[in-house]
Design a protein around this ligand. Structure first.
Ligand code: AHR
Length: 615
């Protein structure tokens, strides 16, 4: 491998070349990164007809003693459904501990000893009340924390806030609301959040860290198909995710078939981007759901909605929508510089007509915003104005590796590519295996080499709650988790090899070998912010099943400037290309670092079969 660092052989790489694509899919947010522990906290998941199903809430006690239905008695106008619980037994006639309802969260709540959980609920009754709130194990047999709500007059809806400190740990806990007093009690907007979230911003710490460790240059949100919805009414409408959480209506994520209460709303996505030090990339609905369309003659309100969303993110705190952002605790503008008009909508009949209306209005109000089209400009020039075009790639491993050359022949003039979703899909491994990660590494090296025409790239989907039924979700994913644990798939670890590429300098690298069909390599210079030192990183993927001995030779480098004592080698490999990670063996396929033995002006390395190495 010849690496040429001479002037004229290098390229400055985009600051945000590699990032992440967050979609509300696989319970990535609701039941995932967003730390809310109660599922269906407002009882709205059953829809706007009553009585409706209240899943996953269930009753504690016999149906002859406690009856629950939903009705429209909520004090919140935009989410009118509340739970009406009628208790038919009194004191000793009730079972010990009382009767009531429980919520198991998203497949069990993670309650940890010594940690505090903030319970907020709204309650109403025409009688005096004595309600026990408890965190228990999954059967209710073990109590982890408990408190009583005692009140003589809650005839008007009353907000109750309680801090519950857990005295034991259980990863599969539930929240119980019980009483042994006859009468009717209404509950609404029952929330349980750990106090310990990232900066108190509501993000589950371990999952936040997994994303932060990728050092993403950008975060695309909220989808994917989630932004479109199956029907327009269930698309992602940012204004419905605004304001106090109790007042958010929530909506059915009908593409991926689960309810989201929109605790992770537009504001929280922007906050997440800021916390990750990543550029937010907002995908808004272009007037198409998967099954419905807004005619271009009626698109004006949606165009205004997009303009309002941009104003919310970056407008003056005195502007109409900027002031709402300020009211929500963030007077400073968010750094929103990219918006995508729709997701995978180019082929839909009126996309072009709708797109042009959005584009013209956005550029008029915000000339500096980069607008992303859904149409592919990699082979032929786009027939409409755009700063970037979106490109998605879900293929098998063999095709993915060959796609390293996808952008070699793309015109160097015109909008750049946003490779916002790429992944080797499940036919090469249900949960993401080594082979998939190696193929994706080859593809990303192709992107590095074409970083003059590809501006940004992200793997998708980012998250999977392992409890999400496979028929509802999308696999494989980069990060897998359940209520309390998480691991990265090989693809996740592969992405870490590219985490220093943002803003780095790409060096020319040429493989001079007959086995180059199964090898890809790239080389960069970067400055590590941790120690302000400059580093050279050479990455090589050996997609073949033979050992390769490779000599890396440098040109245009003063060998005296290289401190070989700091050289290291990191390898991602395993005994079998089909190997996957799991909760039982989370790092089976993960990078292994060792010292690199140096020779003089070149480095001799051995590449294991099916491996990704960096030097
Ligand atoms: O990433 C999963 C899905 O794949 C996205 O929702 C959609 O954009 C694509 O089809």
């Amino acid at each position: 491998l010849l690496v040429n660092a001479s002037q004229g052989s290098t390229k400055k790489m985009p600051e945000n070349l590699f990032g992440v694509s967050f979609e509300e899919i696989n319970n990535a947010g609701a039941g995932g990164l967003w730390a809310e522990l109660v599922s269906n906290r407002g009882f709205e998941a059953g829809g706007l007809h009553t009585p409706s199903m209240i899943e996953p809430w269930s009753i504690i006690g016999d149906y002859s003693l406690v009856r629950v239905v939903t009705d429209f008695s909520s004090c919140f106008k935009r989410n009118p459904v509340a739970l009406r619980m009628e208790v038919l037994c009194d004191s000793n006639a009730c079972p010990a501990g009382g009767v009531g309802v429980y919520n198991p969260g998203y497949w069990g709540m993670n309650i940890e000893q010594g940690k505090t959980y903030k319970l907020v609920l709204y309650i109403r009754s025409l009688n005096s009340i004595n309600v026990t709130v408890s965190l228990t194990n999954s059967t209710g047999g073990q109590t982890l924390a408990t408190a009583n709500i005692i009140a003589t007059d809650v005839s008007n809806w009353t907000k109750v806030e309680i801090a519950l400190e857990a005295k034991a740990t259980n990863y599969n806990s539930r929240l119980e609301l019980k009483t042994n007093r006859k009468g009717i009690i209404w509950f609404d907007q029952v929330s349980l959040m750990p106090l310990d979230t990232y900066k108190g911003h509501g993000f589950r710490n371990d999952l936040f860290k997994m994303v932060a460790d990728l050092k993403p240059g950008f975060i695309r949100f909220p989808g994917g198909s989630y932004a479109e919805g199956k029907s327009l009414i269930n698309a992602y409408w940012w204004k419905d995710t605004m304001g106090p959480w109790e007042e958010r209506p929530g909506h059915m994520n009908d593409v991926w078939a689960y309810w989201t209460d929109d605790g992770l709303g537009y504001f929280e996505f922007l906050q997440l981007a800021e916390d990750l030090d990543a550029s937010p990339i907002w995908v808004f609905n272009s007037g198409f759901s998967q099954e419905q369309a807004v005619n271009p003659s009626n698109i004006k309100p949606l165009v205004q909605d997009a303009l309002d969303g941009i104003e919310f993110a970056r407008g003056d705190p005195n502007s109409t929508w900027g002031s709402l952002r300020a009211d929500m605790g963030h007077p400073e503008p968010f750094n929103l510089n990219h918006v995508a008009i729709g997701n995978q909508d180019c082929w839909r009949g009126d996309y072009h007509a709708n797109y042009l209306k959005f584009y013209a209005a956005i550029k008029k109000a915000y000339p500096d915003i980069n607008v992303i089209s859904n149409c592919d400009g990699s082979n032929t020039k786009l027939d409409h104005p755009a700063e970037l075009y979106d490109y998605h790639l879900y293929v098998n491993a063999k095709t993915m590796f060959s796609m390293a050359h996808k952008f070699d022949l793309t015109s160097r003039i015109g909008p750049k590519a946003f490779e916002s979703e790429y992944a080797v899909t499940w036919d090469d491994g249900r949960l993401g295996n080594l082979l998939a990660a190696l193929a994706e590494a080859g593809f990303l090296m192709g992107i590095e080499k074409n970083c003059d025409v590809v501006d940004m790239a992200s793997n998708a989907p980012l998250f999977l709650n392992a409890n999400t039924p496979s028929y509802k979700g999308f696999r494989p994913d980069a990060i897998v988790f359940d209520s309390y644990q998480t691991y990265g798939t090989p693809s996740y670890w592969m992405q870490q090899f590219f985490s220093m590429s943002n803003g780095a300098t790409l060096l020319d690298s040429t493989l001079q070998t007959s086995s180059s069909d199964s090898l890809m390599a790239s080389a960069i210079w970067f400055q590590n912010p941790a120690d302000q030192q400059n580093y050279l990183r050479v990455k090589v993927v050996n997609y073949g099943s033979n050992i390769v001995n490779l000599k890396i030779t440098f040109e245009g480098l003063d060998p005296g400037l290289i401190d070989y004592s700091k050289s290291s080698k990191t390898v991602l490999s395993s005994t079998n290309v089909k190997d996957e990670n799991s909760f039982q063996n989370p790092t089976k396929v993960s990078p292994v670092k060792s010292l690199l033995k140096k020779s003089k002006n070149d480095i001799g390395v051995t590449l294991s079969p099916n491996s990704l190495s960096s030097f």
